[in-house]
Design a protein around this ligand. Sequence first.
Ligand code: SF4
Length: 338
Amino acid sequence: MNDLIEVRDLSVHFEIRAKGIGGARRNLTAVDDVSLTAKRGQTLAIVGESGSGKTTLALAIARLASGKTTGEVRIDGKDVVSLTDGGLDWMRRKVQVIFQDPFSSLNPRQRAEDIVREPLDNLTTKTKAEKAEIVDRFFNAVGLRPEQKRLFPHQFSGGQRQRIGIARALSTQPEVIICDEPVSALDVAVQAQIINLLRRLQDEFGLTYLFISHDLGVVQHMCDSVAVMYMGKIVEHADRLQLFNDPQHPYTRALISAVPAVDPDLRNRGQKLALVGDPPNLLNLPKGCRFASRCPLAEPRCFETEPPLRVRVGGHRVACHLVDLGPEASAEAVSPSA
Ligand code: SF4
């Protein structure tokens, strides 16, 4: 299976002005030198806590990030960072987004059918009849009834609203959908329905998902591979089995340790880890490893030298000094779980 998305050395910078009149401007790098690939027809999950840069990374890939973007993004071999006008319309049809909050991402004054049709109005030259046929097709594909087309968002449940958002994303028949925390605003029973729907639609339409989430409990049911982000950097990137069975980075191990019910097929062989301390300030990053202030395994060298992202067996990439020691040696230094 070939790579549909290729990202090389991607960074996103924001200029922040300090509080008060005449406050100094400072540069905040929300995504810092990220390289990754996503295979066609598969799901790449991008996980991390709030502020890790995962949503900014996904939006930068879709040319939707508001900050200054540097580096290279190729979708289907095409450089999308340099696209303008007509090229951007191609990109908007090819890459769509499902937003986190189905309560605020839909225009409350638009009927459901108008919401689903809007990308077709903005990005295509299809006739009225063609657009109506597409709206009907995707309304049906997401499990909504034809008589619901004339209703407004407030007349739907949360799960149904997210189905409208999914139908809207499908309307341009994209190849890539960025799912930005698509179930985190929903209750658990509805989350499962939406996850199952996304998986079915992926099979039906051959979609590639970038699945943004802070919740590895959700990601384990959804992804083929996972990139873990911390403070703007990728700290681990592996396929699903590698990451859940044999997580290498202490941050990943702590995130997995916090998942109440890991799939029995995905057993973490390492000891559990708990996060300690607070993350550093992105405007004042420390020397060395960005995770060192919270890492139960930190050594003196971690506070001096930033660990590079190294490739291990099977393409498993990890940025941690301890990875050189091998899994057995690392396990000796592990603190008991909290
Ligand atoms: Fe922890 Fe050091 Fe590895 Fe950073 S490099 S994750 S501080 S052990």
